[in-house]
Design a protein around this ligand. Structure first.
Ligand code: GCO
Ligand code: MG
Length: 405
């Protein structure tokens, strides 16, 4: 049995604490595959892309032909690449791997060649407006068993800072149809962050892996300066130092600092990574499994990255659904040059709507041994949490001009 023809492809929207878009593919044999199609703040664009354009093409296709379907949808779009297209293709790819695993009676990592490690190292987030609070949050993470923690601190004079929440958990997307506006001041950030992170390092001692996300906000020379200033902190990585559009600028950053760099959560295809990898401008490729075109695409990225000693360390905030998290962890378990998996955790009843076999214990993830991806969606429960518009914030400089959030 190979899985048979696809007889239905449907899109579900649910919001158990935050919005998720889910693709459900059913075969003639009654096998169901699940894919994550969530693109934070632009959910309905992907839902429409799937419903209007891809689902009708999927019905009647052979569910077993994963790579052929990927090529068909990618090349067939003509208007290829881009986050909406690639998230939709990624969702289809995940659902088809889920079906293949269920038909074979094997977890997806076995189909990818089997485990190359016993468990997948994860990092989680710690945030604090004040350094003391941040150190407490780091301690809370290490008490949960994490050996790697992303640290984001408040900046004096700014009321809102990327990555730092007002409540117990940080969730950037805000409800409503108009985005929240934040004020950003790079000079204040650069004055404060090296000292704040040095205090965190003094608090933790040398062993703990510390990560920091600059969230696309710096110019090349500012990024170089920050990387250099952070060298004594011994970061595991400094993430998204410059905006994603121009990879060439990373050459300047690299010329000035040995702080490891991680980039790629907003990338959609292998080609956006090509120069960063082949010129060794980054140390970690941060693709998200769905946003980057699925398991099939992430494996291609890992193969290219391996040649250049770059690690693949996928994106894993709360907007990467438990289905995509499962897919990411299956790939991680079976991929030699996997680096680390981000695990932010999930709000609300996400774990009940998406019942998952993957586990996060002692700072490590494991996909479990359930056939397929190992996630089943409780559709009745999902229906009790209807989609509500939510958007990521936008950012302005102190003079009111727009900048990168
Ligand atoms: C990360 C990311 C996220 C993004 C979010 C946007 O490294 O986890 O930067 O926090 O901001 O995924 O939707
Ligand atoms: Mg990031």
């Amino acid at each position: 049995m190979t899985g048979g023809r696809i007889v239905a492809a449907e899109v579900l929207l649910t919001s158990p604490g935050r919005n998720y878009v889910t693709l459900k593919i059913t075969t003639v044999d009654g096998v169901v595959g699940w894919g994550d199609a969530t693109l934070n703040g632009r959910e309905l664009a992907v839902a429409a892309y799937l419903r209007e354009h891809l689902c009708p093409q999927l019905v009647g296709r052979d569910a077993a032909r994963i790579e052929d379907t990927w090529q068909y949808l990618y090349r067939g779009a003509y208007w290829r690449r881009g986050p909406v297209t690639m998230t939709a293709i990624g969702a289809v790819d995940l659902a088809l791997w889920d079906i293949k695993g269920k038909v074979a009676g094997l977890p997806v990592y076995q189909l990818l060649g089997g485990a190359v490690r016993d468990r997948v190292r994860a990092y989680t987030h710690a945030t604090g407006w004040e350094v003391a609070q941040l150190c407490d949050a780091v301690d809370a993470a290490t008490e949960r068993g994490f050996s790697a923690v992303r640290v984001q601190s408040g900046v004096p004079g700014l009321d809102t800072v990327y990555g730092v929440g007002r409540g117990p958990a940080y969730e950037p997307a805000g409800r409503g149809t108009v985005p929240a506006e934040e004020v950003w001041d790079t000079a204040a950030y650069l004055r404060h962050v090296p000292g704040a992170l040095a205090e965190v390092r003094a608090h933790t001692g040398p062993g703990l892996a510390l990560l920091h996300d600059a969230h696309h906000r710096l110019t090349p020379i500012e990024a170089a300066r920050l990387g250099k200033a952070l060298e004594p902190v011994d970061l595991f990585w400094l993430e998204d130092v410059t905006p994603a559009e121009n990879p060439d600028v990373l050459r300047r950053v690299r010329a000035h600092t040995t702080t490891p760099l991680a980039i790629g959560e907003v990338f959609s295809t292998l080609w956006e990574f090509q120069q960063l990898i082949t010129e060794q401008l980054i140390d970690h490729a941060r693709a998200a499994v769905t946003h980057g075109g699925g398991i099939s695409a992430l494996r291609r990225l890992a193969a290219l990255a391996d040649v250049w000693q770059v690690k693949v360390s996928p994106h894993g905030p709360s907007d990467v659904s438990p289905i995509a998290m499962a897919a990411s962890v299956h790939v991680a378990l079976a991929t030699p040059n996997h680096g680390i998996q981000e695990y932010m955790g999930y709000p609300g009843q996400v774990h009940e709507v998406f019942r998952h076999a993957w586990t996060c214990t002692d700072g490590h993830l494991h996909p479990g041994d359930t056939p397929g991806l190992g996630v089943e969606v409780d559709e009745a429960l999902a229906a009790r949490f209807p989609y509500e518009p939510a958007l990521l914030p936008v950012a302005r400089r102190r003079d009111g001009s727009m900048t990168d959030w």
